[in-house]
Every structure is written in C-alpha cells, then in structure tokens.
Design a protein around this ligand. Structure first.
Ligand code: FAD
Ligand code: NDP
Length: 525
C-alpha cells in the first residue's frame, strides 16, 4: 500500500513537471521578451540560491564533477542602506572584516606593550578608523573579485539575482533591474544565510541603530557605543571597539554566550571589564531617540522592571541574533517545511521533504552557524549528489572561537552539559590558569588565561570537551580539535611532549583536577 501511494505521488510529480515544461515553452512563445527561460538542454543539474560560504563551496564542488551549475546571489540592503559584493556574510559583514578589526585592536595593545620590550613607541598613538575601514574594505573587495573569478574558472554560471521557487523544479531569478529569468533545475540547494534581527518592539531602534551589516563599513568613527546583546557578535564587536579606543557598553538581558561554558563566559566578561568595557546587566532597551549632535538617547529597564535608566551614545549597535532568510524563497510553492524559527527542516542530512531540494549553512535547522560548517556541508553534499558518496557532515564536535578579544576557543561539551549527561562523579575536569610568556615582560595581567579539559572518568579518560581562553586560542585549538574528534584520551594527551615555550604546551601539561581543590595556577616552566 505504502509503495503504491509513493508511486502515485512520484507519477503525479513527473506529470506535473512535464506539464510545467509544456506551459513554460508555450509561455515563451507567446510572450517573447517578458521572461527568459532556460529550456531543453539548458536544464541545470544544480541551482544554488545564495552565494555565501556554503552556496559557493557547493556550486564549485558540483561543477568540478562536470555538472551544469548556476548560483544566484543577491544582497538586500540593510535598513541603513549598506550593501556589499559577492561571497555572503563571512566575507563581507562577518568573519573577515571582524577578524581584521580584532587584529587592529590587538595591534593597539601590542604597541603599548612594545615599550616594555625597548621600542620607543610614542605615548599618544592615535587610531584612524576611516583608514582601517578603507583598507579592510579593499581586502573584502579583493575577495569579492576572487569569488567571481573562481566561479568563472569552474564554469559555474553566476546570476546577481534574487531567487525564489515557482514550483519545485523551477527557480525564478530577479535581477536588480527587474529582469526575470526562469531556471529549471534537477536539484536545488538553498544557502541563503541569515540577516541581523531588529527590535521592532523598541521604538526608534530600527531607524537609529545599526547592526553588524553596517559596522564594518561605517565611514565615521563610531565614538561612544552601546552594543545590545550578549553573544558572539555583541562581545566580539564590543571587544574590538573598546580596543580601538571607543568607550563601549554592552547591554545584556540574561547571560553572556548562551550555549557556551559559563565559567569561560564569565572569565571573558571579567577580562572585558578589565579593559573598561561597561556591562549593563539584566536590562533591555525600551526606546531609542534622536539626541543633539546626531547622538542617540537610549532608555532601558532592568528585566525585573524595577529600574529605568538613560544614557546618550554616538552609536547603538544591535547584536540580538540573526534571522534565516527563508521568507521570500517561495517555499509555499514547494513541499519544503520550515521550523517555527524560520529555518529549513531537513529529513536526511541536508535533504528536505522534497527529495531534490537541500538546505545548507545558517538556514539549516539543527546546523551550526559557522562558515567552515557551511563550506563543508556544501562540499560534502555536492559529492553525495554527483559522485556516489554516502558521506554526511558530522555537526557535533565542531570547534569554534570567540574573538572577544582575548580568544576563547572550544570544542565538545561544556562542563555543565557533561555533568548533566554523565553525572559529576563520572567526569574529570583538569584545569590550569597560565601566564603566556609574552605577558611577562610587558606585565600584562593574565588573570583570565585559563584552560580546562573535560574527560570521562573511566579507563584512559576520553576527552569530551576542551576550552581555552587566552591569546591565539583559535590557532591553538585547530590541531587539538582533530585529536578530540578522533577520540583522544587524557592519557594520550598527557603522554604528548610539549613545544616549549608556547601556550599550547599547557594543554598537554595540564594535570590539576578540579576535584582535588589544588591551586590550578601554573608556575615555572
Ligand atoms: P551566507 O554567507 O550568509 O550567504 C548567503 C547569501 O545568500 C548572501 O549573500 C545573501 O545575500 C544571499 N541571499 C539571501 N537570499 C537570497 C535569495 N533569495 N536569492 C539570492 N541570494 C540570496 N563564522 C565563523 O566560522 N567564524 C567567524 O569568525 C564568524 N564571524 C562572524 C561575525 C559576524 C559579525 C557574523 C554576522 C557572522 C560570523 N560568522 C562567523 C558566521 C558566518 O558568517 C556564517 O555562519 C556563514 O556566513 C554562513 O554561510 P551561509 O552560506 O549559510 O550564508
Ligand atoms: P545569538 O543568537 O548567538 O545571540 C543573540 C544575543 O542577543 C543573545 O545574547 C540574546 O540574549 C540577545 N537578545 C536576543 N533578543 C534580544 C532582545 N530582544 N533584547 C535584548 N537582547 C536580546 O546571535 P549572534 O548574532 O551573536 O550570533 C549569531 C551566530 O553567528 C552565532 O550563533 C555564531 O554561530 C555566528 N557567529 C560566529 C562567530 C565566530 O565564529 N567567531 C562570530 C559571530 C557570529 P539571550 O541569551 O537572553 O537570548
């Protein structure tokens, strides 16, 4: 019975698509010039909607198998009117400009430290925001160009157009000037990413605040800044702004870095407070108003509603999460289902309820919102589609780093999650506060440089979580994350000989357990 029903569903879909092809051809004959169709042999093996991290990787990989591939990418301007080139969030308004501004802020600290190392660095060094933005944007533009060249080299057809479904096999591409093209596709990959959320319930915030879409190309220095939000984007932006010399406040309604190890999150905020970042805790904004000289007057309340405060800022940056770009994809014309949060529901890896439509990257429910995840998912999916591979992406054990600006890198479970899953008696946590050698001569405080290794307590103690807070923690973590993913045990870790003098060697030397209550401060070599 089930097979019969399936067969009839498949037949009706074939007949529907066949009818559509006929209608399409007729329409083309009757109304030349109104719409352009890709017809007959021009059917694409793959149409990718969204040319960001995931979409580009998937398109290029598929084209490498000799398939006919088109990728559509279109940027809707931010409410402030900011727009950008090809490559998606990471390249234009995410990882790349963020990391470069993080570097800019670290360089400022290094300049101050340099005097301790004998450099006659002038005391009143100033920072030129506009120059930094110009150079960062030049690099971003070179990446935009690089992406276009790569697509051309790989014979991927690129349309600077907004894509949506007409039916399950037909994608409409609408370019900036309104030109419409219909593409027929055997397979469609959705990779439209997300965009910053706005606080519609807070009067004035849409008009008077900016988001991460705007900050990296802001022409004028941001000045005294309020960042609203307490997660990745908020802490990273607040960190580099303060580091560049702009007095920065962060308004947090609950906890910082939800989902991360909270001991580490608290150390990060301690470090940021030591840099004079002002945390406005347990508070939410109530309204934002225009003030004198272009400033913004922000009114906020404590979350219990007891206190109300106001202050004036030059810039207010919203970092309150991101929404998936799935609303205008015409998914109602397909059987693709969405979660209530707007992300695409998949039934098998990245495959949706419609077998030839897939979703990758930030819009996939249950995925991880990180560039390497989107890229890997796109590549692996293309090999599954076009080269008989059965490989699936493992979304667990993905390492990440918060550039806060002391870097926090993590892979695997948080301590709290490990306790809830295995019970406190069944896990061992090794930890260490350490002083990076470079901090000694410069007399840089190292109070928050900390790491912990979370293991199951049995046998050789398999490592289930590794957390490092300190300079260059992201660089340190990449190699260790391979080991953790391969199931490394504490016994293997501690039998590894370290590289001296590095911060990474503290990971293989770690030996104090939390349970012992011994002082975890590393002393000596
Ligand atoms: P995107 O890269 O967002 O690409 C989607 C593309 O599709 C966009 O160009 C979009 O304009 C386009 N599009 C949308 N709708 C349509 C349509 N209908 N038709 C055609 N095109 C469409 N991740 C890290 O790993 N490391 C970091 O350090 C890091 N830093 C970040 C910093 C910030 C401030 C932000 C916001 C994000 C950061 N991320 C970071 C996350 C990372 O940028 C995303 O996870 C990644 O870009 C997701 O890739 P994607 O392919 O899913 O979507
Ligand atoms: P998140 O969804 O991680 O965090 C949103 C933050 O905004 C939370 O602190 C949340 O508080 C707060 N918030 C939400 N709504 C409101 C509101 N109405 N009023 C006040 N505060 C509010 O979003 P991000 O934009 O920070 O990051 C999105 C994703 O981008 C991340 O998950 C990450 O994967 C990726 N990213 C990666 C980076 C990296 O790899 N280094 C850097 C930046 C982004 P609450 O906890 O109370 O809900």
């Amino acid at each position: 019975m089930r097979n019969c029903a399936l067969l009839s569903k498949v037949c009706s879909r074939i007949s529907f698509n066949y009818n559509h092809v006929l209608q399409t051809a007729t329409f083309k004959l009757n109304q030349p010039g109104v719409l352009q169709y890709s017809t007959g042999p021009e059917v694409y093996d793959l149409v990718v909607i969204g040319g960001g991290s995931g979409g580009l990787a998937c398109a290029k990989e598929a084209a490498g198998f000799g398939k006919r591939v088109a990728v559509l990418d279109y940027v809707t301007p931010s409410p402030k009117g900011t727009t950008w080139g090809m490559g998606g969030t990471c390249v234009n308004v995410g990882c790349i400009p963020k990391k470069l501004m993080h570097e800019a802020s670290l360089l400022g600290h290094a300049l101050k430290d340099s005097t301790h190392y004998g450099w006659n660095t002038p005391e009143n060094i100033t920072h030129d925001w506009s120059k930094m933005v110009e150079n960062v944007q030049n690099h971003v533009r070179s990446l935009n160009w690089g992406h276009r060249v790569q697509l051309k080299d790989k014979n991927v057809e690129y349309l600077n157009a907004k894509g949506s479904f007409v039916d399950e096999n037909t994608v409409k591409a609408v370019s900036q000037n309104g030109k419409e093209t219909l593409l027929r596709a055997k397979n469609v990959v959705l990779a439209t990413g997300g965009r910053p959320r706005y606080l519609n319930e807070v009067p004035g915030s849409n008009e008077l605040c900016i988001s991460s879409d705007d900050i990296f190309s802001l022409q004028n220095p941001p000045g005294k800044t309020l960042v609203i939000g307490g997660s990745y984007v908020a802490l990273e932006c607040a960190g580099f702004l303060q580091g560049l010399g702009y007095p920065t406040s962060v308004m947090v309604r609950s906890i910082c870095l939800r989902g991360f190890d909270q001991q580490m999150a608290n150390l990060i905020t301690d470090h940021m407070e030591s840099m004079d970042v002002n945390f406005i805790r347990s508070s939410t904004p109530q309204r934002v108003e225009q003030h004198e000289n272009g400033q913004r007057l922000v009114t906020w309340s404590s979350t219990d509603g007891e206190t109300h405060r106001q202050d004036v800022f030059d810039t207010v940056l919203l970092a309150v999460g991101r929404d998936p770009k799935t609303k205008s994809l015409g998914l109602e014309n397909t059987g693709v289902k969405l979660h209530t949060n707007g992300k695409v529901l998949a039934v098998d890896g990245e495959q949706t309820d419609v077998p030839h439509i897939y979703a990758i990257g930030d819009i996939l429910e249950g995925g991880v919102e990180l560039t390497p995840v989107a890229i890997k998912a796109g590549k692996i999916l293309a090999t599954r589609l076009f080269s008989n591979s059965r490989e699936y992406l493992d979304y667990k054990m993905v390492a990440t780093t918060v550039f806060s600006p002391l870097e926090y890198a993590a892979v695997g479970m948080t301590e709290d999650d490990a306790i809830s899953k295995y019970g406190e008696e069944n896990i061992e946590v090794y930890h260490a506060f350490y002083k990076p050698l470079q901090y000694t001569v410069s007399q840089t405080p190292a109070d928050q440089c900390y790491m912990k290794v979370i293991c199951c307590r049995d046998g050789d103690q398999p490592i289930i979580g590794l957390h490092i807070l300190g300079p260059h923690a992201g660089e340190m973590m990449q190699g260790f994350s391979v080991a953790v993913q391969c199931g490394v045990t504490y016994k293997q870790l501690s039998s590894t000989v370290g590289i001296h003098p590095t911060c990474a060697e503290e990971v293989v030397k770690i030996h104090i357990t939390k349970r012992s209550g011994d002082d975890p401060m590393v002393t000596g070599c």
